[in-house]
Design a protein around this ligand. Sequence first.
Ligand code: PMV
Length: 359
Amino acid sequence: MSTIYQATASAPVNIAVIKYWGKRDTKLILPTNSSLSVTLDQDHLRSTTTSRADPSFERDQLWLNGKEDEIKPGSRLETCITEMKRLRKEYEDQNPNEPKAISLLISSYKVHIASYNNFPTAAGLASSASGFAALVASLAQLYNLPASPSTLSLIARQGSGSACRSLFGGFVAWQMGSDPSGSDSLAVQVAPQEHWPQMHALICVVSDDKKGTSSTSGMQRTVETSTLLQHRIKDVVPWRMEKISKAILERDFDTFARITMADSNQFHAVALDTEPPIFYMNDVSRAIIALIVEYNRLSVEAGKGYKAAYTYDAGPNAVIYALEENIKEIVQLIVSYFPQKPGEFKDVWGIFGESAADL
Ligand code: PMV
């Protein structure tokens, strides 16, 4: 009987507080600015991927949530699989005498990959980030590669930029790098989750429809037409990266919240500065911003500082970062102003993915 080569890995979603928006190299996915995110390490927002290699397979194949997805030649999916096979081949060439726990020909076998998301795909909840991170992690396990998460992030990045940050938990920076080959455009951990365990996230699901303008085409249009983007990448993001990293290391929620909200605002301003303009937020998104601004204003007035930080990606859903002690109050506030209503406001997902009613 032949050996079965199979491995399963899972990766969570990450939500940026300093947004990645714009590529300087579209093939290698090299960004125009560094970014920073928090990995939402909870059971309910994950991609889980199983990869299997077998000499009898005739072609590489992928199933996404049980449905076959074509691996198009030249696609990012194909790039990631090819890059992982190349890493394995390199490893085989460098370690010809390795004990044969695994066939030294495995890099030449075709692979079958099955991936599941336990949340709506393409709802502005970064399913491509967790998806490509889980894909790369499962192939690394299948190939028994001793590669570090930063090394794997170089490959996940070529699937979807933000995916490189999902290879780490906690607070993660994607350093834009400067080498044209992309060898220094990788993710590093700023601090593990245990460093600031009081930090939690609420996801306000305003809509789980597929988003209107994909991040790929939106970014390209912004890079080509926005003058505000040039100001953002040169004069704003570099100091924000430094300041928010320091705030995380010092567990300074006030600074963390102010920079997070300012960066979300600037990302959406840059989208609006695109020709033709891109609108990712809707009226409910903007009403949630108004509520959080007022909530923080009252808290600052009472001498308690900021209590909540909103951020929005390429869609209308809000992610609210807050310290655990304030989560219950914020959930109550959100559900009292935004009762669940089809077509208007769907749900609040708590820190561990519970619906608001459970919190
Ligand atoms: O990695 P992509 O192509 O899905 O782009 C992600 C872009 C944002 O989510 C808006 C920002 C970010 O840094 O995650």
